[in-house]
Design a protein around this ligand. Structure first.
Ligand code: C5P
Length: 238
């Protein structure tokens, strides 16, 4: 998990996924399956990616009553995902139930999937925190509060912005994972990520894993782009 580059497979169907993966040959990748792909293809996409030996982050951001989340996590653990997530806003009981469900669903002798929490979505603004969620502290303080609550509830880390990771590691330790989307190579367009950062910045912040979508999936040469971003992330300069 540590130092992983996770490719966001934001495609509408498995035909496009496997066409995209073709040039990577037998390289073992860490891939993220989100709602669009999972809702379109169901658990068969997980089975097929696992058959090809890829590691899987199933990004479904669960948020429901504790019992429902526990039952759902039991099913996801049985699929053999490596990383799953919930919304911290679901509360400490819900997060603890998620871990219980993962433990119950993991086949004997195997390690349960890691579980991380979304604190505040990176699309949420300071204004929304105050005027819609009626939270009286700053966005950063709310993120830190949710991160600490996630840790206390037994989770392994959080999804956060690259700009919040060092604050979180400073308060909660370097072992608590920070997984950050919004990564863009310096020369690439920002697309709709507002608070983006480069892979080099992410490494210097001590971020545990980065999630990269369009700079790889929409590149003219995805394999070349993946290798360049991964080198910058790992600090390998030719
Ligand atoms: O294409 P791009 O690199 O922006 O993709 C980022 C991925 O990370 C997308 O799959 C998006 O849904 C996800 N994500 C995000 N911001 C969050 C959580 C997840 O961009 N806060």
């Amino acid at each position: 998990m540590k130092d992983s580059l996770i490719i966001a497979l934001d495609f509408p169907n498995k035909g496009q996924v496997f066409e995209f993966l073709e040039p990577f040959g037998n390289e073992q990748l860490f891939v993220k399956v989100g709602m669009e792909l999972f809702y379109a293809e169901g658990s068969s996409i997980i089975e097929e990616l696992k058959k090809r030996n890829h590691k899987i982050f199933l990004d479904l951001k669960l948020h429901d009553i504790p019992n429902t989340v526990k039952s759902a996590m039991k099913v996801l653990a049985g699929m053999g995902c490596d990383l799953v997530n919930v919304h911290a806003a679901g509360g400490s009981e819900m997060m603890a139930a998620a871990i219980e469900g993962l433990e119950a669903g993991t086949p004997a002798g195997l390690k349960r999937p890691d579980c991380i929490a979304v604190t505040q979505l990176t699309s949420t603004s300071e204004i929304q925190v105050h005027s819609e969620q009626l939270i009286g502290v700053s966005l950063h303080e709310s993120v830190l509060n949710y991160a600490a609550l996630s840790q206390k509830s037994g989770l392994d880390g959080v999804v956060c912005s690259p700009h919040e990771a060092s604050l979180i590691h400073g308060q909660l330790g370097v072992e608590f994972m920070t997984v950050t989307p919004g990564i863009r190579p310096a020369e690439s367009a920002l697309q709709d990520q507002k608070r983006s950062a480069t892979p080099e910045f992410a490494r210097k912040q001590g971020i545990s894993a980065i999630v990269v979508g369009r700079p790889i999936t929409r590149a003219a040469n995805p394999l070349e782009s993946y290798l360049a971003i991964n080198n910058e992330w790992k600090g390998v300069y030719q």
